[in-house]
Write a protein that binds this ligand. Structure first.
Ligand code: SAM
Length: 243
């Protein structure tokens, strides 16, 4: 795994605390900026990720790093779930997720709560499926977070991870890299009130293991039948695995 990148270079706080602070700060504009900066492709990425679970027919699901809860909402649309716990480190994100579920009348099926992937309150084998969308890259300790996820999944249960990856195809790689490194942080700086956040986004993706490197880590944790599918020429990738 690459060097540890944190949001605030000069801060003495550990990565997890910095990540919590950063997402608390950008929470009010998170949904809006996601849509604008990805030209609404993010919705399609989440839809594709959830569709991987359709033939598994999960009844209980945990959405880790839920943010404002969009993956949980999409899962409820596509799957026949009894309940979804939507968990996030950032209290401000969870407040917004709760408001979203109330507004959509989903508070009886989607339950947002503050929590840390590296220290889950659930018993072993509690969920048929776990999802993490654009979350694993932010974990303070990736292997600890993934081991906790493994612990709470039922035998034969599924894991779906959606995460940024690095495009490899010329010339898309070079064009996207310019946008991701220069233009996106500039827009993020003007709009999110946290200049560090979108610089961190670029830097954290550069050091995060993608494709087979991430698949190897999942296998080391114990996951089986690990597969992955790059989306939009490799901007992000869906990883699918079984316990
Ligand atoms: C980029 S957002 C993704 C939100 C949402 N899943 C989506 O698809 O838009 C990453 C989220 O991960 C959360 N996060 C980071 N580390 C976490 C951890 N250890 N446990 C739970 N959530 C975490 C952050 O608070 C943040 O809300």
């Amino acid at each position: 795994m690459g060097t540890k990148v944190t949001p605030y270079e000069s801060s003495q706080a550990n990565k997890k605390d910095q990540v919590r602070t950063m997402f608390d700060k950008i929470a009010p504009v998170y949904d809006l900026l996601n849509g604008v900066l990805s030209l609404n492709t993010d919705t399609r990425w989440r839809r594709k990720a959830i569709s991987k679970l359709k033939d598994k027919n999960p009844k209980t699901m945990l959405d880790i790093a839920t943010g404002t809860g969009d993956v949980a909402v999409e899962a409820n649309k596509q799957l026949d779930l009894d309940s979804i716990i939507a968990l996030d480190l950032s209290p401000n994100m969870i407040e917004l997720a709760k408001k979203k579920m109330n507004k959509k009348g989903l508070e009886h099926i989607i339950f947002p709560e503050v929590g840390d992937s590296e220290n889950l309150r659930f018993e072993d084998q509690s969920f048929d499926a776990v999802t993490v969308s654009f979350g694993v890259r932010n974990f303070g300790n990736l292997k600890q977070g993934l081991s906790e996820i493994y612990r709470v999944i039922n035998p034969n249960g599924s894991l779906v991870v959606l995460e940024f990856s690095k495009p490899t195809i010329f010339p898309f790689k070079q064009i996207f890299n310019f946008y991701f490194k220069n233009i996106l942080p500039f827009i993020g700086k003007l709009t999110s009130k946290d200049p560090a956040a979108y610089k961190y986004l670029y830097e954290s993706v550069q050091v995060f293991p993608d494709y087979d490197d991430f698949a190897i880590i999942l296998k080391e944790i114990g996951f089986k039948q690990v597969t992955w599918k790059p989306l939009t020429l490799g901007i992000c990738t869906i990883y699918f695995a079984q316990k």
